[in-house]
Write a protein that binds this ligand. Structure first.
Ligand SMILES: [Zn+2]
Length: 212
């Protein structure tokens, strides 16, 4: 395979990139200066060296030089509210954070429940989520969980599955156990099929305000 086709094939593995777009990217690179290409290749090669995955919410974040913490700035913050929002991907979290309308904490699920797949929970951090919820609860740090997944059949299916698992954590009659948390969903201000990743700040604000 020639170089152009080989690189095109690499780019088609990227999310949302089809063969035609992949080829356009390759030709864009061919028009770029060699030093720019080297800088890009270097940034890609060293990407994982300076980026960590947060042990609290599982998002990826750039470590500041010398920082020791395994947690991101959101998880470390003491001024966030006692709400936990479950999103599918890092980009969803970033988009909601950019909208400036949510002040609670997050959990990045990693993927959606796929009932027809060989391993339906392959990409879902279910165990990690349940441990995080248990930890926040025992620290009396949890009053509400907002399920904020894509509004499509897979998102709905995942939300139902999570709700069932999370509800069992609330079933305790032990007096010493912290009070139960509520489980809410983003309002349908988000249109059907919409992805949080692409929602604008106004839509996010509306969906948060009308959560149910
Ligand atoms: Zn975090």
């Amino acid at each position: 395979m020639d170089k152009i086709s080989a690189l095109t094939e690499q780019f088609t593995k990227f999310p949302g990139v089809g063969p035609r777009q992949a080829r356009r990217i390759v030709y864009h690179l061919l028009r770029s200066r060699k030093d720019a290409l080297l800088a890009l290749a270097n940034d890609i090669a060293s990407l994982k060296d300076s980026v960590s995955q947060c042990t609290g919410c599982f998002r990826h974040f750039t470590r500041s030089p010398g920082a020791q913490s395994e947690e991101c700035s959101i998880c470390q913050s003491t001024s966030r509210t006692h709400t936990l929002m479950i999103v599918e991907k890092d980009v969803d979290l970033e988009n909601i954070e950019r909208s400036g309308t949510y002040t609670g904490q997050y959990f990045v699920l990693g993927g959606l429940y796929a009932p027809l797949a060989k391993e339906p929970l392959a990409y879902v951090r279910l165990g990690e989520l349940l441990s995080r919820v248990a930890a926040l609860r025992s620290a009396h740090d949890l009053t509400e969980i907002v399920i904020a997944l894509a509004i499509n059949p897979d998102g709905d299916e995942t939300a139902r599955m999570l709700e069932g698992k999370l509800a069992t954590l609330n079933e305790s009659t032990d007096e010493a156990v912290p009070p139960p948390f509520s489980i809410t969903h983003l309002g349908r201000g988000l249109s059907t099929g919409s992805e949080l990743e692409y929602a604008d700040p106004e839509t996010i604000k509306h969906a948060l305000r009308s959560r149910f």
